[in-house]
Write a protein that binds this ligand. Sequence first.
Ligand code: PRT
Ligand code: ZN
Length: 218
Amino acid sequence: TRLSEDHIKLAIQKDGRLTEDTRNLLRTVGLHFESYKQRLFSICRNFPMDILYVRDDDIAEYVAEGVVDLGIVGRNLVVESDKPVTEIMPLNYGHCSLKVAVPAESGITNIEQLSGCKVATSYPVTTSRFFQERNVDVNVITISGSVEITPALGVASAIVDLVSTGSSLRLNDLVAIDNVLDSQSVIIANRDSLVNDHKAAIIERLLTRCRGVIAASE
Ligand code: PRT
Ligand code: ZN
């Protein structure tokens, strides 16, 4: 088996929080494909599309560069990547928010009070833009993981991190004081693919199938 020229390509997360819901969505819309952990890609047996399994951080880049035509990824990573891709459909799973949080005992209740402070995050692009737009001058510190422990370590006065249930904030005695971005899993498209007649027709067929399933999930 090899990837076909006249198929479109879709990149999805290989192994993470969005993987199971994404595979379930693709199966629910009627696509037949093999999938097991070691695979790098699958070919759909009944639809002209190949599926590539990658790190979620690379999906926006692959779509922007045209390595793939479509990607399914959290909006948080699309915004952070700042790549020229088009979000074509929200999928109603993977909901979370990027929030500004501070130690509960800090007494800080609004972002203006963070002027001149250090803010730790794995989302430096989105975070810098957020504080700039609000004219609050902060020092953004980029941390790749476990951002929520940085206030206790004295690394930063506040964090900007993804929150879904809020239990990670509570566990670390942090409280959210502002919302940067609401996110969910979305389909993104390469802009050239959307104006290629052959590819656009296949993409539209896929979207038509997804619309029904997503409407039913709401
Ligand atoms: O290996 P790869 O790079 O592909 O995956 P990853 O480890 O970078 O990402 P992964 O699988 O953890 O998350 C994929 C996507 O899921 C994210 O980009 C978001 O779009 C979405 N998502 C939804 C979340 C959460 N909810 C979430 N809660 N991503 C991360 N979290 C973190 C949160 O930051 C906190 O640390 O989960 C922890 C628990 O959250 P609470 O609020 O429920 O306690
Ligand atoms: Zn990742």
